[in-house]
Design a binder for this molecule. Structure first.
Ligand code: SF4
Length: 234
């Protein structure tokens, strides 16, 4: 079995609730969306030349294991384009040693998410209309379905929303209210991630506090920028 992989590397997780954890990142090429703030442009190319087998990926992961390793992040691009490939990699790694798996997904491909097994954590990147030149409301509805599926699979889910200096507070609140209804009593935190680079926020720092307050009315909220960029690591 093969999939296009743009890179496999060891680094420190700089986003979400696993921030600071040492991870091995398996970055898939190709994405079904085209967000205006995308910082992994090479991963949008589905025709990426670096097509690897599951054995190639497992071997590389084994080479990169360090004593502080917490988990493997399947990221992109959009990793759920390749659910069977991910299942096989996790299965082959865990034959020898159980290593936890994080899925970093835009959540819009809920049928693919339903095919995934043995995921421990999922970072669900909730999209706002402003993230696109052309918005399709199915994206959000499909993300809600994905959250439901992952919760049923007992995956520890957290949501992440990238906010921009131009983010409209009322639009954000509308989305967060719908999200909070979906998760009801489940413990799903929301990460507000100010867009990078952080100097775009100079003079607008109070807006970050306001966005946190609005989201905090409905969900358990944390505000975390992309910390790996401060550390100078990938
Ligand atoms: S979902 Fe992620 S990888 Fe895909 S375009 Fe948006 S930011 Fe880029």
């Amino acid at each position: 079995m093969k999939a296009p992989i743009s890179e496999i590397f060891s680094s420190i997780q700089g986003e979400g609730i696993l921030i600071g954890r040492r991870q091995i990142f398996v970055r898939f090429s190709g994405c079904n969306l085209d967000c205006i703030y995308c910082d992994t442009l090479d991963s949008e190319d589905k025709d990426h030349e670096n097509v690897l087998t599951t054995a190639n990926v497992v071997n590389k992961i084994n080479e990169l294991i360090t004593p502080d390793l917490h988990s493997i992040s399947f990221t992109g691009g959009e990793p759920t384009l390749y659910p069977e490939f991910i299942n096989k990699v996790i299965h082959e790694i865990n034959i020898k040693t159980k290593i936890k798996a994080l899925l970093e997904t835009n959540g819009s491909l809920y049928k693919q998410i339903n095919l995934l097994n043995n995921i421990d954590y999922a970072s669900m990147d909730i999209k706002l209309p402003e993230h696109f030149n052309r918005w399709n409301s199915d994206i959000f509805e499909n993300e809600l379905k994905s959250i439901e599926i992952l919760m049923e699979k007992k995956v520890k889910v957290y949501c992440k929303i990238v906010v921009l200096p131009s983010t409209k507070i009322n639009k954000l609140e509308e989305v967060v209210m719908k999200l909070s209804k979906k998760i009801s009593n489940n413990n799903v935190p929301l990460i507000i991630q100010p867009s990078s680079p952080i100097n775009y926020w100079k003079g607008k720092e109070k807006k970050i506090l306001k966005l946190s307050e609005i989201c905090g009315k409905h969900m358990d909220v944390l505000t975390i920028p992309q910390v790996h960029k401060y550390l100078g690591v990938d």
